[in-house]
Design a protein around this ligand. Structure first.
Ligand SMILES: [Zn+2]
Length: 165
């Protein structure tokens, strides 16, 4: 019974074409660089990451892949990528999607014409910073008047209560 499953998976591993099959996402080295920069935690809320990428955590595109041209060269650079807990519907990844206005304000989402490395972001580990194309975080002055409070549990709860968006 289990043999069919194994047979299906092993040819992909052997041929090593996995990266070509998922060519719309960042490569492994880029994902590693983003994880390293983000301290292997959720860059939005500082949450620990579970074991399974795509379920417990994801690599979030600040400017979505479909915007600014699918072949925009910076879409899969570290400047455009963020480690977040959850997935499209759960955790901070889900909350970004559910609270888009707040996410734009904090640089977690970008608009079509934005250059990711030039838009500051509120980061759980680095606070307000610029994310560089080569995987660094550079200090930035806060663009909005907040006191640096990173209590995102309360923050998200407030957002949900007031339904500001
Ligand atoms: Zn989180």
């Amino acid at each position: 019974m289990r043999r069919t499953e194994l047979r299906r998976k092993s040819p992909m591993r052997r041929t090593g074409i996995k990266s070509r099959l998922v060519s719309t996402g960042p490569d492994t080295a880029t994902v590693d660089a983003v994880l390293e920069r983000d301290g292997h935690m959720c860059a939005v809320g500082g949450h620990p990451l579970g074991p399974v990428r795509g379920v417990d955590w994801s690599i979030h595109h600040r400017r979505p892949r479909g915007m600014g041209g699918t072949s925009a060269p910076d879409v899969n650079l570290p400047s455009n990528l963020l480690t977040v807990c959850g997935n499209g519907v759960e955790g901070c990844h889900g909350l970004i999607e559910a609270h888009r206005a707040a996410a734009y304000e904090r640089g977690w989402l970008l608009r079509g014409g934005d250059v990711p490395s030039q838009v500051p972001i509120l980061h759980a580990l680095h606070n307000w910073c610029y994310l560089t194309d080569d995987g660094l975080a550079l200090m930035a002055p806060p663009p909005i008047n907040r006191d640096g409070d990173l209590d995102f549990g309360g923050y998200w709860a407030d957002q949900e209560a007031s339904d500001a968006y």
